[in-house]
Design a protein around this ligand. Structure first.
Ligand code: ADP
Length: 185
């Protein structure tokens, strides 16, 4: 668990289940059809109920790197931001830029909707095969950059599934923001 203050905003790393978060929005690692899948996607639709899928059907899909929003159905979170990360091939097919775009576009959508707090899973690191440390670096860099210019988003939480994922994110955060130079939140 880590909590760092970035200007007016807080960045948090926790181990847990994205479906249980009490942030205003949670982010779904969806696929381009937006019609549900395994992993985070399946868990969110199971926990949130059929209304989310109904809204996703009307939206009609989402290209890789972009984001769309629905309500949260029965979830504690009022909103679900659905984004599509890249399938990892070899790192030479624009994967890094697409993963950064997925995070950036999710954050932009939150700003546009007046959502102050949101929780991300580790996008693309499950079925889509993105190496965890590389994905963590992109996720955290993109969030830190965004929060610098966007104080309207006051809390970004990364919800990591399992202790290995949490440790990977903690290690990268400590590299990006060395603890000695950090203000405790
Ligand atoms: P992708 O298709 O983008 O790779 P996955 O859902 O397969 O998405 O996995 C993304 C990451 O989310 C993986 O690291 C996986 O361990 C993690 N994960 C799976 N279920 C949950 C959950 N309920 N809450 C948070 N993270 C989860």
């Amino acid at each position: 668990m880590r909590k760092v203050q970035l200007g007016a905003s807080v960045l948090e790393l926790v181990e847990g289940d994205i479906t249980q978060q009490d942030t205003e929005a949670i982010v779904n690692a969806a696929n381009t059809s937006l019609l549900g899948g395994g992993g985070v996607d399946g868990a969110i639709h199971r926990a949130g109920g059929p209304q989310i899928l109904e809204e996703c059907r009307k939206i009609g899909g989402c290209p890789t790197g972009e984001a769309r929003i629905t309500t949260g159905g029965r979830l504690r979170a009022r909103w679900v931001i659905h984004t599509v990360g890249p399938v990892y091939r070899d790192g030479k097919h624009g994967e890094a830029e697409l993963l950064a775009s997925a995070y950036r576009n999710s954050l932009r959508l939150a700003s546009e909707q007046g959502i102050q707090s949101l929780a991300f899973p580790s996008i693309s690191t499950g079925a889509y095969g993105y190496p965890m440390a590389d994905a963590a670096r992109i996720a955290l860099r993109t969030a830190i950059e965004y929060l610098k210019d966007h104080p309207e988003v006051t809390r970004v939480r990364f919800v990591l599934f399992g202790s290995a994922a949490l440790r990977a994110y903690e290690t990268v955060l400590d590299e990006l923001l060395p603890p000695e130079g950090r203000r405790p939140a």
